[in-house]
Design a protein around this ligand. Sequence first.
Ligand code: PMP
Length: 367
Amino acid sequence: MDDGGSLPVRDELRGQSPYGAPQLDVPVRLNTNENPYPLPEPLVARIAERVAEAARGLNRYPDRDALELRAGLARYLTDSTGHPVRTDQVWAANGSNEVLQQLLQAFGGPGRTALGFEPTYSMHALLARGTGTGWIAGPRRADFTIDLDAAVRTIAERRPQVVFVCSPNNPTGTAVDADTVRALYDAAQAARPSLVVIDEAYGEFSHAPSLLPLLEGRPHLVLSRTMSKAFGAAGLRLGYLAAAPAVVDAVQLVRLPYHLSAVTQATALAALEYTDTLLAYVAQLRSERDRLVAELRAAGCAVTPSDANFVQFGVFADAAAAWRRLLDQGVLVRDNGVPGHLRVSTGTPEENDAFLDAVRTLTKEHS
Ligand code: PMP
């Protein structure tokens, strides 16, 4: 952004670049943690049906409270975790990015701070900046797990109003166990009544069960989820949260009226009808993810244990050069700026084979 410096943009945005991975047209794209499987045809037909129904009412604003959809999401969370979730505990928006933004609009803002443990999903810090919330970069250990003692010390010293716990964490794939979340929550409440947000965008891919049952008895805990990954619907833009009803009431104070279009609500409801079919793809992706971990190790890479649909691997003397060398072979992965490391999303078995071949070529060149 360059207009000679006279554009009256906010100081903290001056000279910044918008978030986003390169969208390059290459044969194997494994850089944005998408689900590689297109939606099944019967679901595509059902979406067309439900959207046609919605289209007949497009002269009217959509259901502002998205009640049918929130009920469907509550049912999905209840069925998939065994922990009962009610409609008034669920909120939905255009992608979990919008959910997280609304949380920061309601609970962060000027004069307040949010804490995350880096490296983590960089949108957490960017959403903080966009909402005028101060960002505190908390530590991780060298193995990318959260160092609980250091985390508790940071919380006690800095007293953030919002604490992000990304589990499984992007870009490392690291899951956070329930005991660690309990301890972080207690530390955050001891410092001040603050909001603890578990970003479980990749929850369905984890070896560990969802952290959702921790909501019980923790009124300031929020669990954020998305249909972009497990439901294979990144293009839909549908994220949601589960929390105490008071948290849902608070985000309603900042949401735009009618933020979730009737078309979005109809499409998401159709996808929920196909939950079982879509989760069968997740099972396949989980086993391919485990295969990627094993084969990368066999190829001599250091691999961070992954509970997500992607894998962080290294260690490269020059990660940017390794990224380029893979791209030369038609494989696009992500350089998240973690020194020595790259991240690959799990693709179809054929895409993963192409990626592994490219990595073997790369490691041979350097051995
Ligand atoms: N949280 C994490 C950890 C993510 O990696 C992403 C997407 N890359 C999101 C949230 C946002 O996803 P969406 O807005 O598509 O729901």
